[in-house]
Ligand binder design. Structure first.
Ligand code: B3K
Ligand code: ZN
Length: 873
């Protein structure tokens, strides 16, 4: 090997990677053979790659193989020992004279020391991988970029007792046993794929099996691999997988393409799941469920994540991303697909409302803060930081707008064309947009700005009425975001309807497509001023600012035939009231009138016989604190919290009899997975939430009864959630019971941590500190860290304690966690980055914690980037 000090200096690895700098790879790798000698603390990896000069790339005799923490024990070029290679940072560079070569490199890695959970790592005695985005380079030297697609052959050998099950992508080819207690297996994946989709699992696992026959008659063996004892909790995941395979055939014409589909569930996992070709690896929380241990929300999350990863087989694997700036190509599209699937499996209106709630709680704050970025970012330092609500959820909304503009039938022609054109390729967002344009017959020239401009557009709505004509005027502004001070107008498709006040009906929906800064539309034949219902179905991911009176909102809350718009009217009614209250704009009589209007609307929802209970629940959920805080400049989060709690208490008292009757009615409904039974469970706990704010003693007694009678986790967790927020004698006993009852079940113990970290209890912050020292707490399990700290950071009442203690607690965690798992540590930074939106004293305290983190030497690139952007942006 050549020592770097003797080589000509190489350009320093740039800290920032720019989309504009993309160049096709100089070398392609059509084939790779990997040979693993597996052991928990020392796995030998021998990788043989066939490299070919890329005719479409700039010729280079230098082959760069990315590596992260790897040391080459041996390098062979065309079968010969080779010494003319050198390291550049973690990468291995080789000068190659010809246009095609075979390169073999051996490395030795220690999976048990891999606390970052990226690459090959050990989890509870098993070995597994996570390679997206850049984990493969922690396993083998390779051009670790998504536009290098290779056919993989994998051989692995290991101790048969420790690793009875040996899995990799694709199909099993051969297996056998050795005399020394080891065994081996060979796998082959016929589909060329980028390195981020490589996967390997070795461990003591059991499978639940089923079979799916594709519409063209291919039989696919399905298996979900879990730890012994967990196999009784895989039924829902398996049903979800089968339903998604069928749905993708019907909705998108996509069929599965291997004889085998394996899923493995792992307890230690940075993300939710990973779509590795033919071998999805999942966080256990998105696989394991039974009524005793999983809530209805857990069931829904499993259904959607199983579907999401399965759908990636086409939107992600068969057509992958050219570079990581195109991440939304696969993620935005796949989120849209999983949302459509879940809507088809259950209540479409409720699903839409839930998706918008998530967008507003997670993506809107991102879009208005220092970390704002377009769904196709222009630059990054650490790509792991861009697996964001913007790339995923706003990305899905952007493609959903294409469905609004084209209609589902034409949109499908566009996606058919996309898959046909780009199958087997590493594509770009631009390729996707062009395929939709060509297939659906749309002009998306201006629409492309959604890919380039960050920030949530704001649309101001005004409605005037004169001489029988109603005029709707829309005016858009796109706020400045870091690096993007000036914005151009977007294409904003808004579904709208004008309601006649007397009949309570409208004449049909209109699609108003706003493309200029300001545009007006007129509608004749309205003797009275109509009521405007706009952004129905949340057809565009924008913030509407409308001067709708509370009378109009009450009208829509009652009459709107679009379920989302009805929900939105209820939300707006409360938002307008609470924002005015927080900003100190309400006198006593106005406050009273506002509360009474909200109370009347809620009473009407409670009494409406036409509503199903799942939808009724949506209409009763008050807007969250994060969404409310977004509407108020230099917000004092404690004021938002206090005003919202005060409203809850008022509603709890004013409608006390109704809440009790609701709780009684719903408590009589037996457990089941029907919409009716699920709706009853949703309302049962919601009733307790309002009662708890008004009459804690009565609510505690009711919650205790609900807890004791619970035959399912939804009721039990709901009751415990309410008790956790109260200073009631029932609290401690229920918490202790819950812990004892589920000791050893990691996913349920996560709930035990979350319930306390997210509670309304006035001493929640002390509870979090104590829990950090609990024997069940560990920094090495991402689910546990998220359960305690991410839940705490989302608990505005506790996190925003006026003395800054909440900020200090989170910063302490980030500093301690960073050396162990920089990826997860970086995910804890954004709550501190919202300092510019908060009143000056808290802003200074938040900033001080960011500065404290920034001063720590040797921060991971992940945390360093998030902290720097949070301070600067
Ligand atoms: N594609 C993976 C994301 C992995 C996260 C890497 N930091 C899961 C998903 O979106 O389906
Ligand atoms: Zn995904």
């Amino acid at each position: 090997m050549t020592d770097l000090s003797n080589s000509p200096p190489l350009p320093a690895a740039p800290g920032v990677i720019n989309r504009a700098d993309y160049r096709p790879p100089a070398w392609l790798v059509p084939e790779i053979a990997l040979d693993f000698a597996l052991a928990l603390d020392a796995t030998r990896v021998r990788s043989t790659i066939r490299v070919e000069a890329n005719p479409a790339g700039e010729p280079s005799s230098l082959l760069r193989l990315n590596g992260d923490g790897l040391a080459a024990r041996e390098v062979l070029v065309d079968g010969q020992a080779h010494n003319d290679w050198r390291m550049d940072g973690g990468d291995l560079l080789i000068d190659l004279p010809g246009a095609a070569h075979e390169i073999t490199i051996e490395t030795l890695i220690d999976p048990s020391a891999n606390t970052q959970l990226s690459g090959l790592y050990a989890s509870g005695g098993m070995l597994c991988t996570q390679c997206e985005a850049e984990g493969f380079r922690r396993i083998a030297f390779f051009p670790d970029r998504p536009d290098v697609l290779s056919v993989y052959s994998v051989r692995m050998a290991g101790d048969k007792a420790a690793f009875p099950v040996l899995l990799a992508n694709g199909n099993p080819v051969a297996s056998g046993e050795n005399a020394d207690g080891t065994h081996w297996a060979e796998w082959h994946d016929p589909w060329p794929k980028p390195s981020y989709l490589f996967a390997l699992v070795a461990g003591d696992l059991v499978a639940t099996r089923d079979r799916f026959v594709t519409r063209s008659g291919r039989a696919v063996d399905l298996a979900i691999w879990v730890r012994q004892g967990d196999e009784t909790r895989t039924g829902h995941a398996m049903r979800s997988l089968i339903a998604s395979m069928k749905w993708d055939e019907e909705a998108y014409g996509r069929e599965y393409d291997l004889d085998l589909f394996n899923i493995v569930a792992v307890s230690d996992f940075n993300a939710g799941a990973m779509e590795n070709k033919g071998l999805n690896i999942f966080n256990t929380r998105y696989i394991l469920a039974d009524p005793e241990t999983a809530t209805d929300a857990d069931y829904d999350a499993i259904e959607s994540v199983v579907a999401h990863e399965y759908f990636h087989n086409w939107s992600g694997n068969r057509v992958t991303c050219r570079d990581w700036f195109q991440l939304s190509l696969k993620e935005g599209f796949t989120v849209l697909r999983d949302q459509q699937f879940s809507a088809a499996m259950g209540s479409a209106p409720v699903k839409r409302i839930e998706d918008v709630r998530i967008l507003r709680a997670a993506q809107f704050p991102e879009d208005s803060g220092p970390l704002a970025h377009p769904i196709r970012p222009d630059s990054y330092q650490e790509i792991s930081n861009f697996y964001t609500a913007t790339v995923y959820n706003k990305g899905a909304e952007v493609i959903r707008m294409m469905t609004v503009l084209a209609g589902l039938e034409r949109f499908r022609k566009g996606t058919d064309l996309y898959f046909e054109r780009h199958d087997g390729e590493a594509a770009t967002c631009e390729d996707f947009v062009r395929a939709i344009e060509d297939g659906a017959g749309l002009d998306l020239a201006q629409f492309r700005r959604w890919y380039a401009q960050a920030g949530t557009p704001r649309v101001e709505v005004s409605l005037t009425h004169a001489g029988g004509t109603a005029r709707v005027t829309l005016r858009q502004t796109v706020p400045p975001t870091p690096g993007q001070p000036d914005k151009l107008p977007m294409v904003i498709p808004l579904r709208a309807a004008l309601f006649d006040r007397t009949s309570g009906t409208h004449r049909g929906e209109e699609l108003l497509v706003l493309t200029e800064t300001e545009q007006s539309w007129t509608f004749d034949g309205f003797a009275e001023p109509p009521v405007l219902s706009i952004n129905r179905g949340f057809s565009a991911p924008v913030a509407i600012s409308s001067p709708a009176s509370s009378a109009d909102l009450l009208f829509l809350a009652k009459h709107d035939d679009d379920p989302f718009a009805r929900y939105e009217a209820m939300q707006q009614l409360v938002v307008q009231h609470l924002v005015a209250a927080v900003e100190g704009r309400l006198g006593e009589s106005e406050r009273d009138a506002g509360r009474r209007a909200i109370g009347d609307a809620i009473a009407a929802v409670l009494a409406d016989p036409a509503l199903d209970d799942l939808m009724r629940g949506e209409l009763l959920i008050l807007p969250g604190e994060a969404y409310l805080a977004e509407q108020i400049p230099a917000v004092d989060p404690s004021r938002v919290h206090d005003e919202r709690e005060a409203l809850k208490a008022w509603l709890g008292a004013a409608l006390g009899a109704q809440w009790r009757a609701l709780h009684d009615r719903c408590s009589a409904v037996a457990y089941g997975l029907s919409a009716e039974s699920r709706g009853a469970r949703k309302l049962k706990t919601l009733a307790l939430v309002f009662l708890a704010a008004a009459d804690p003693a009565d609510a505690a007694a009711r919650a205790k009864r609900q807890y004791d009678a619970a035959d399912n986790m939804t009721d039990r967790q709901g009751a415990l959630m309410v008790l956790c927020g109260l200073e009631a004698p029932e609290r401690a006993a229920a918490l202790a019971d819950f812990h004892d009852r589920f000791a050893g079940n990691m996913l349920v113990i996560d709930k035990w941590f979350s319930l306390q970290a997210g509670s309304l209890h006035p001493r929640a912050i002390e509870h979090v500190k104590a829990l950090a020292g609990h024997p069940d707490f560990t920094l090495t399990n991402p689910n546990r860290v998220r359960a305690l700290y991410m839940t705490f950071a989302a608990n505005a009442g506790a996190f925003h304690a006026a003395d800054g203690e909440g900020y200090r607690l989170l910063a302490d965690l980030i500093v301690r966690l960073d050396p162990i798992n920089g990826n997860v540590a970086a995910r804890c930074v954004p709550p501190l980055g919202r300092w510019r939106k908060v009143e000056p004293q808290r802003a200074a305290l938040m900033r001080a914690q960011l500065e404290r983190i920034a001063a720590v030497p040797d921060l991971s690139r992940d945390v360093r980037e998030q902290v720097t952007r949070s301070l600067e942006g």
